[in-house]
Design a protein around this ligand. Structure first.
Ligand code: RTP
Ligand code: MG
Length: 140
């Protein structure tokens, strides 16, 4: 059965542009409950750890630099079929390929500065949520 939780980050481009509130509003209006939330900033080292699965990819160094370049918002979201439905809501990685009405289509600046992150599996959603939040920092 598909899981009920996913993990997201509002990336430095969207945070810096003052779009965090509008993005969280879209997320809630799409039926997701915010069950953990914080503003924070990654060091390059922590970004490297978070994106370790991509360490062989050509964009890895740039991505770590970018993700540690400014504040972000991290959140755990709850909804039936959360991972898949959230990836539909955010749209394709490359905003020029994202469907109209998706968060990336509306807010992303480029394939790297693409406004939001969304977990790609139930397993990674749990790992990523645990990376940022203790048991006391989330709704049980
Ligand atoms: P995310 O993990 O952030 O939700 O994005 P995604 O699944 O749609 O894309 P993924 O392949 O996991 O890539 C992670 C992030 O790396 C940056 N990226 N840059 N320059 C490039 O060609 C490139 N490709 C990916 C993006 O910030 C992407 O979201
Ligand atoms: Mg990904």
């Amino acid at each position: 059965m598909a899981g009920k939780r996913t993990f997201t980050m509002i990336k430095p481009d969207a945070f810096g542009a003052g779009n965090s509130g509008a993005i969280l509003k879209m997320i809630e209006e799409a039926g997701f409950k915010i069950v953990a939330l914080k503003a924070t900033q990654l060091t390059a080292e922590l970004a490297g750890k978070f994106y370790e699965v991509h360490k062989e990819r050509p964009f890895y160094a740039d991505l770590c630099k970018y993700m540690s370049s400014g504040p972000i918002i991290a959140a755990i979201l709850e909804k039936d079929n959360a991972v898949e439905d959230f990836r539909k809501l955010i749209g394709a990685t490359d905003p020029s390929k994202a469907e109209d009405g998706t968060i990336r289509k509306i807010f992303a600046k480029s394939i790297e500065a693409n406004a939001v992150h969304g977990s790609d599996s139930d397993e990674n959603a749990a790992i990523e949520g645990n990376f940022y939040f203790s048991q006391f920092e989330r709704v049980l």
